[in-house]
Unconditional design. Structure first.
Length: 161
């Protein structure tokens, strides 16, 4: 059961990322076409691209966390025994969770402050743009918790990376 839930979660997250990226490509292509072929501009294209990119960055960061593909400096960790590496990974993940909680909390205040402000060209509430931060933090936290559960299972089973 839980395997199907995680597969559905991963599929939805991946689909959102693909949709955001596809929308970015389409908006950029439209902007270029209008500017260089029709000699006019779409005033909203650059702004829409910027906000799609912000959302894509946070959703993509969660997907990258799922595969442990973020940049990491692991020179010191390599010298630890494999069993200790799992504990270090757990400690590192706890630090990431603390950081995400701080950013999540800070983003709530920004969303409240910008709730009445609207974007210039697209007339979208700025709070929708800044909503990418807490949503991204929540998605990344889910992936970190999944990684932590794998580490705990490996420690309990006496396995090592």
């Amino acid at each position: 059961m839980s395997g199907r839930v995680w597969k559905a979660y991963e599929s939805v997250t991946n689909a959102v990322a693909v949709t955001l990226f596809s929308a970015m490509v389409l908006v950029t292509a439209l902007g270029v076409f209008f500017r260089y072929v029709l000699n006019t501009s779409l005033p909203w294209a650059e702004e829409a691209d910027r906000y799609l990119f912000i959302w894509l960055s946070f959703v993509g960061a969660a997907i990258t966390m799922r595969y442990q593909a973020h940049i990491a400096v692991d020179v010191m960790v390599r010298y630890f025994k494999p069993a200790v590496r799992e504990w270090v990974a757990l400690l590192s993940h706890c630090g990431v969770l603390v950081f995400l909680a701080i950013v999540f909390h800070a983003s709530q205040e920004v969303i409240e402050v910008t709730g009445h402000t609207r974007t210039t060209a697209t007339d979208v509430p700025m709070s929708w743009v800044y909503l990418a931060v807490p949503v991204g933090c929540a998605l990344i936290a889910i992936e970190v918790l999944r990684l932590m559960s794998r580490s705990v299972r490996r420690i309990a089973n006496g396995e090592s990376q």
